[in-house]
Design a protein around this ligand. Structure first.
Ligand code: SF4
Length: 269
């Protein structure tokens, strides 16, 4: 359990790590999870997780959190509890009892009367076709949920270069489309410099085409978050884009797709 001040959340986000074993079915070149060392915790201790969630929610909702040295310089406009975020050191939907843990966390939130607090799932969308994940997504829908699905390529080739997974790009696109047909999704797109090179214009155009295909199939996308690497990534040949380069992608996405897009620069989290 880790409260963080999140620019993308515009307030405090309470992170729930469903992958303490650091296992992920992607191996993104920009991943910030240190997999060179083994974590001490391998399993999610459900009881402990729920108790910690309740304590942290109380602390953040009451404002007591801002007395803590780590948070006492938080600007006034960000002194709000925005969400519980399911992310952590791997892909949260690979968690075996994903639907059950989402339901249990939703119950804690309900019990504390925190209906306005969102439940954000930060995901690579690779597991949306699994029935228990779909059930988890439905529970999120009923509890002020928001799904932030990773999509940061326009072609299979670039997808494989950046996200390094055996899962086909088509599967990801299919999953995002199907989920967006049920509720509006947020797309999180991280672009970066790879060996000094920003993404090619053709790749960015293809990325916009994929977004258009999703919306043309009836998928609803409420926002495209365009961001870049903020901290030391897994591979040393990965570096952030400049603010102007991020802005140019936002402008391209808005122009080519008509979707709302927002920039988050290198220093943002
Ligand atoms: S999906 Fe997330 S956790 Fe998994 S490798 Fe990529 S950035 Fe890291």
């Amino acid at each position: 359990m880790y409260p963080v001040l999140s620019r993308r959340s515009e307030g405090i986000s309470i992170g729930v790590n469903l992958n303490p074993d650091k296992i992920c079915n992607f191996d993104c070149i920009y991943c910030q999870v240190d997999r060179t060392t083994q974590s001490e915790t391998q399993f999610v201790e459900t009881k402990q997780l729920l108790e910690e969630l309740e304590d942290t929610l109380r602390l953040a909702a009451s404002g007591e959190l801002f007395d803590h040295p780590q948070f006492n310089s938080t600007p006034a406009e960000l002194r709000r509890l925005n969400d519980i975020a399911f992310s952590g050191d791997g892909e949260p939907t690979t968690y075996r009892n994903f639907d059950e843990i989402i339901a249990a966390c939703a119950e804690v939130k309900q019990r504390l009367g925190l209906d306005a607090v969102k439940m954000v799932l930060i995901t690579n969308a690779s597991m949306f076709h699994r029935p228990h994940v779909q059930r988890g997504l439905e529970i999120l829908d009923q509890n002020n949920g928001e799904i932030w699905a990773k999509l940061e390529a326009g072609t299979e080739e670039y997808f494989k270069l950046v996200d390094r997974t055996p899962i086909p790009f088509q599967q990801i696109l299919k999953n995002i489309t199907a989920a967006a047909q049920v509720r509006p999704l947020v797309i999180q797109a991280l672009f970066m410099r790879v060996s000094g090179e920003p993404p090619r214009q053709a790749e960015l155009e293809a990325f916009c085409e994929r977004l258009n295909e999703i919306t043309m199939a009836g998928g609803k996308l409420k926002l495209v978050q365009v961001y870049t690497v903020a901290r030391q990534p897994a591979e040393s040949y990965v570096a952030p884009l400049s603010d102007a380069e991020v802005d140019a992608i936002v402008e391209l996405v808005e122009r080519r797709t008509g979707l709302a897009a927002k920039a988050y620069y290198g220093a943002s989290v």
